[in-house]
Design a protein around this ligand. Structure first.
Ligand code: NAP
Length: 294
């Protein structure tokens, strides 16, 4: 069997078109979804992420309030800006790009964002609501994974999903969403991590395998069963002297070998990656709708 590729770029594009239509309707009613973006310092990867997010906002009609602060910004100054955005009715979502410089307490800043504007879904209030199954802003990458499965018509209910990785950003939330008693959940979920003994014992049982370990090509063909659906969240740089930049990006899954056994598989790049920003846009639009009826 050779797997069908789940085209994350195309699915993300489709979702952005749907959001664009929704935003046009909101704008006709005088509601312009707004995202407050804060970047402290000039870390090149963060500058690139933030610029992509800002461009994605502009492309679909979200107003983005872009704030570039110098690396020596004090914690107090940053908290004051977050507070200003919390109170600004034009801003429906607040994004503080991580990591922050070492002299700033990241946790303190994330806690200062109003849970009603926490479009990254990292505030403990939103995490708690997600866990108990209440409506909440869902974290973007795990929510993007669920959307890829749903839009590829993968049956989640009753499936055994094995998640490799237990971070607060990907592994734990995606496992939580999949286990919820909801149409988008009802899976049986196993979470693996570095203390799991014999990971392949579990991965071989997976109907759906979600790899989020950050280890290049750690999931090999002998670790999966025929017909598995594979979602590769990993993004890893590996040296490649033939590439212009001297490196290329690979996932956590040995794509070429595993695609010969899987029924569906996401590539890296072009799988989960494009969904993350899309789900941030989605949360911002949801927030604008919620705020408009408050
Ligand atoms: P992280 O915080 O480093 O967590 C990695 C998790 O994987 C940890 O729970 C770790 O276990 C587990 N792990 C690492 N090596 C393992 C191994 N050999 N066997 C079993 N488990 C192992 O990383 P993250 O933030 O979740 O990100 C994971 C990957 O996804 C990274 O490559 C990251 O770049 C990528 N990512 C992509 C997107 C996107 O938009 N596409 C977004 C976020 C992250 P322990 O807990 O035991 O240490």
């Amino acid at each position: 069997m050779t797997a069908k590729i789940i085209d994350g770029k195309a699915i993300a594009e489709q979702m952005r078109l749907e959001l664009k239509d929704e935003i046009a309707i909101l704008r006709d009613k005088g509601i312009v979804p707004g995202l407050g973006v804060i970047l402290v310092g000039e870390d090149p990867a963060s500058v690139s992420y933030v610029s992509s997010k800002e461009k994605a906002c502009r492309d679909i009609g979200i107003f983005s309030d872009d704030n570039r602060l110098p690396a020596d910004t004090s914690e107090q100054e940053l908290l004051a800006l977050v507070d200003r955005m919390n109170k600004d009715p034009k801003i429906h979502g607040i994004l503080v790009q991580l990591p922050l410089p070492k002299h700033i307490d990241e946790n303190k800043v994330l806690l200062a964002i109003s849970p009603e504007k926490d479009v990254d879904g990292f505030h403990p209030i939103n995490v708690g609501k997600m866990v108990v199954g209440e409506d909440a802003f869902l974290p973007c990458t795990p929510h993007g994974v669920i959307q890829l499965l749903l839009r590829s018509k993968v049956k989640i209910s009753g499936a055994h999903v094995v998640v490799v990785g237990r971070s607060n950003i990907v592994g734990k939330p995606v496992a939580n969403m999949l286990v919820q008693k909801k149409d988008t959940g009802n899976a049986t979920v196993t979470i693996c991590h570095t203390r799991t003994q014999d990971i392949s014992y579990f991965t071989k049982q997976a109907d759906i395998l979600i790899a989020a370990a950050g280890k290049p090509n750690m999931i090999t063909a002998d670790m999966v069963k025929d017909g598995v659906v594979v979602i590769d969240v990993g993004v890893n740089r590996v040296d490649d002297p033939t590439a212009k930049k001297g490196y290329r990006l690979v996932g956590d899954v040995d794509f070429d070998a595993v695609k010969e056994k899987a029924s569906l598989i996401t590539p890296v790049p072009g799988g989960v990656g494009p969904m993350t920003i899309t789900m941030l846009l989605y949360n911002t639009v949801r927030s604008a709708v919620i705020h408009s009826v408050l």
